[in-house]
Write a protein that binds this ligand. Structure first.
Ligand code: FES
Ligand code: FES
Length: 214
């Protein structure tokens, strides 16, 4: 007895789903996005800005500090940098904003006698601090410059001048710290201050001159 081969049956035809319209696409993605956000919150992920300050903007605080011998009481957003406090709130624009990321030294000031990059220093943490900026070096009305300012002029240690306030404030810190034993030592301890004009040799000479009265 012979048997005929059985042809496999064709699979049933499946209709492709209709292409979503713009309206249905937006409705779907909105629903999915909402579910993801809701899931995150349900899992305990705090929302950015949650808390008492969310309704009324970022938290702020009052602080009192001394800048160039003058007492100031200010209310600042807790995210405000010392550099922005000086430039935007107190109108002291001598400290420059180069990178705003701690990499160039243009914003260097002294806080309680120590040099800091003011762009990376939170103002709100400076309650009671003594801050000295480039404006505070020659505050008298007799136009007498700080010895390091004079040395920068005599050594012609600048071109565009953008980095100069930071260089001078850092140089004062360098001298006060006693890191002026040699040109190499000065160069090392001033290495956080970038000069795009390349005045490094003369900057080192100016710090050396102010430190040793040469
Ligand atoms: S602006 Fe502060 S280090 Fe560059
Ligand atoms: S003098 Fe121009 S960046 Fe230093």
């Amino acid at each position: 007895m012979s048997t005929e081969p059985v042809e496999p049956a064709d699979p049933p035809a499946v209709e492709p789903p209709p292409a979503p319209s713009r309206r249905t696409f937006i409705a779907t993605t909105t629903a999915v996005g909402g579910a993801v956000v809701a899931g995150g919150l349900a899992a305990g992920t705090p929302a950015v800005g949650a808390g008492p300050a969310a309704a009324g903007g970022p938290p702020s605080g009052r602080l009192a500090l001394t800048v160039n011998g003058e007492r100031h009481t200010v209310t600042v957003d807790s995210r405000t940098s010392l550099l922005d406090l000086l430039r935007e709130h107190l109108g002291l624009t001598g400290s420059k904003k180069g990178c705003d990321a701690g990499a160039c030294g243009a914003c260097t000031v002294l806080v309680d006698g120590l040099r800091v990059t003011s762009c990376l220093t939170l103002a709100i943490r400076l309650e009671g601090a003594e801050v000295t900026t480039i404006e505070g070096l020659a505050p008298g009305e007799d136009d007498r410059l700080h010895p390091l300012q004079s040395a920068f002029l005599q050594q012609d240690a600048l071109q565009c001048g953008f980095c100069t306030p930071g260089q001078i404030m850092s140089g004062i810190g360098c001298i006060q710290e006693g890191h002026t034993g040699s040109a190499e030592e000065i160069r090392e301890w001033m290495s956080g201050n970038i000069c795009r004009c390349g005045c490094y040799v003369k900057i080192v000479k100016a710090v050396d001159q102010a430190a040793h009265g040469k």
